[in-house]
Design a binder for this molecule. Structure first.
Ligand SMILES: NC(=O)C1=CN([C@@H]2O[C@H](COP(=O)(O)OP(=O)(O)OC[C@H]3O[C@@H](n4cnc5c(N)ncnc54)[C@H](O)[C@@H]3O)[C@@H](O)[C@H]2O)C=CC1
Ligand SMILES: CC(C)CC(=O)C(=O)O
Ligand SMILES: [Mg+2]
Length: 373
């Protein structure tokens, strides 16, 4: 692979967003150093910090910077002062939703893996989850999150859910293509026994299926899917679903990996792609050094894949596996001998920088290297 120069827009956001983003940048810097690439980072406001500074959760400058970049790395947005004020008209989440809409990020791809080294930490039985390897394709710019919403004169609240054929078709094709390159199995999760939008999803997916003759298609109601994802996750390969169902079942699926701090995602569409952990701003953890940075780091690996840097992405994943295997884990996974957000990031970065030299003691590296890198 030739050496590359890439512009990466960083949108760290709120809460733990900046802490986990910092670790992902450290890891990308280690990749650049090792392979001779150049990643040019610029940082921009989004979410509550953007409201505080400008009154707008997605300033024009931020959107322009995303459009001018080769890729975007996003942390998380959200702040309790808005979560606890239902009457707030301007909210951090509007920044994230508008960014997705403006950049046309119609597909959010969320891989879920049961890591061998973490099976023992899972609240789920190992034999149920061992070998799980699924990817959730969540529609990201339609459905109830984007429908007309409001209150009527007599105080009734409403959120409309709409989907058009083209909105379903474009993500369904991506999901089918993914399934065709994996285990040839696609499950559409919907609520077609009740919702008209879900019936349209089934109709469209049924029409498209013959274009992918090798792929077996299953249809599952979302309530049933929520149960089966936990009790029998190995049956799933590619899961295709609408915006809100995908949001909910992917948080649930993070229990299979072991933590919300482990699930990365890629949001893709027509133009620039955004890479973001699936978790939120976890405000209770802000500044405490307890947030798991691996979801952000694995999102950076997806970013590398997207840029065509597959060997580099693979090295990041190897380094993460190494951290998991050596118990270099934040407290939600390792409460008795936890490492900090920064130590976990440093361990991964150090392993990338020096993975041919594996003589060192894992603990010393994680503790010592944080002052070096
Ligand atoms: N993409 C985004 O920016 C998202 C933003 N939000 C916003 O985040 C704020 C907090 O929302 P919550 O519902 O509490 O969701 P959250 O994802 O921030 O946290 C939920 C729970 O997941 C765990 N968790 C999350 N990230 C973790 C990490 N990196 N390491 C270890 N454990 C982790 C913690 O137990 C936490 O209590 C809200 O303002 C919400 O609107 C929520 C989800 C996504
Ligand atoms: C603002 C929310 C839709 C964010 C969220 O929960 C997510 O994208 O997973
Ligand atoms: Mg969510």
């Amino acid at each position: 692979m030739d050496l590359v120069t890439k512009k990466i827009a960083l949108l760290p956001g709120d809460g733990i967003g900046p802490e986990v983003c910092r670790q992902a940048v450290k890891v990308l810097d280690a990749i650049a150093e090792r392979f001779g690439h150049r990643f040019e980072f610029t940082s921009h406001l989004v979410g509550a910090c953007a409201i505080d500074a400008t009154g707008n959760p997605l300033p024009d400058e931020t959107l322009a910077a995303c459009r001018a970049s080769d890729a975007v790395l996003f942390g998380a947005i959200g702040d309790p002062k808005y979560d606890n004020d239902p009457s707030a008209k301007v909210r951090p989440e509007q920044g994230l939703l508008r960014m997705r809409k403006e950049l046309g990020l119609f597909a959010n791809i969320r891989p879920v893996t049961a890591y061998q080294a973490l099976l023992k930490h899972s609240p789920l039985k190992s034999d149920r989850i061992e070998g799980t390897d699924m990817v959730i394709f969540r529609e990201l710019t339609g459905g109830i999150y984007f429908g007309e919403k409001g209150r009527t004169a007599d105080g009734v609240a409403y959120d409309n859910c709409t989907y058009s054929r083209p909105e379903i078709e474009r993500i369904a094709h991506l999901a089918f293509q993914s399934a065709a390159g994996r285990r040839q199995h696609l499950t559409l999760v919907d609520k077609a026994n009740v919702l008209e939008t879900s019936r349209l999803w089934r109709e469209v997916v049924r029409e498209i299926a013959p274009q992918y003759p090798g792929v077996t298609v299953d249809y599952l109601f979302v309530d049933n899917a929520a149960m089966q994802i936990i009790t029998n996750p190995k049956q799933f390969d590619v899961v295709l679903t609408e915006n809100m169902f995908g949001d909910i079942i992917s948080d649930e699926a993070s229990v299979i990996a072991g933590s919300m701090g482990l699930l990365p995602s890629a949001s893709v569409g027509a133009a620039v792609a955004v890479f973001e952990p699936i978790h939120g701003s976890y405000p209770q953890a802000k500044g405490k050094g307890i947030a798991n940075p691996l979801a952000a780091i694995l999102s950076a690996a997806m970013l590398l894949d997207h840029l065509g840097l597959t060997a580099e992405a693979e090295l990041v994943r190897e380094a993460v596996d190494e951290a998991l295997t050596n118990n270099i884990l934040t407290p939600e996974l390792n409460p008795t001998a936890p490492y900090t957000t920064e130590q976990v990031g440093s361990y991964v970065a150090f392993w990338i920088a020096d993975s041919n030299e594996q003589q060192w003691n894992a603990h010393n590296i994680a503790v010592g290297v944080s002052t070096i890198i």
